[in-house]
Structures are given as structure tokens and as C-alpha cells.
Design a protein around this ligand. Sequence first.
Ligand code: FES
Length: 107
Amino acid sequence: MINVTVENAEGERQTLEVPTDIGLNLMEVLKAYEYDIMATCGGMGLCATCHIEVLQGAENLNPCNDNELDTLDTLPDADENSRLACQIRPAENMNGLSLRLRALQEA
Ligand code: FES
């Protein structure tokens, strides 16, 4: 179990307890906490509705694969801190990760 701090579109922050041993990706965890992420591609890294900005802890994340980079490239507001939550597998070394939800603001 790790702690992940999430800032929503309104700037409200909440620290979530995120399991690392049940095979959920970060998008699925956020949905389980009832964040309103459409995830229309089902976690394939294609729809970008799970776009997040990593505020802290980016160095501990698994690197972007080509598919994720291609999708992020299509977003006008993506920057070097952007990731797709569905492509992140929570792991013990990610404790303290902090992120901001991005896709909701454009929806
Ligand atoms: S859920 Fe579609 S890109 Fe992550």
C-alpha cells in the first residue's frame, strides 16, 4: 500500500491509499475512488481521458512506452510532466507520488 496525493480540477487535494499488489493500474485506482475519469479506451493508452500531471515523484514511475508518448503528443496541453494514469502500475517505490488530474478540465 502506498500513499498518492491527487489534486482535482478544483484544486482540492486528497491523499489516497493505493494498493500495489492487486494488479490495478493508476487509472483504475482513481476510478475506484470515484474520480470522474471516462477511460473510454479501457486503459489502452489511446483516449487520454486519464491524462495527469505528475507534481512529485516522476522519477519513480515506470517510463512512458511509445504508445503513451504518441497519445500524449496529440494533446495540446501536454508537457514534460504529463502521463496517462492507465499506463502507470502502482509500485512500492512510488510512495508519496503527487499528481493533478488534467483531462477533466478540458472535458
Ligand atoms: S484510459 Fe484511455 S488513455 Fe488511459
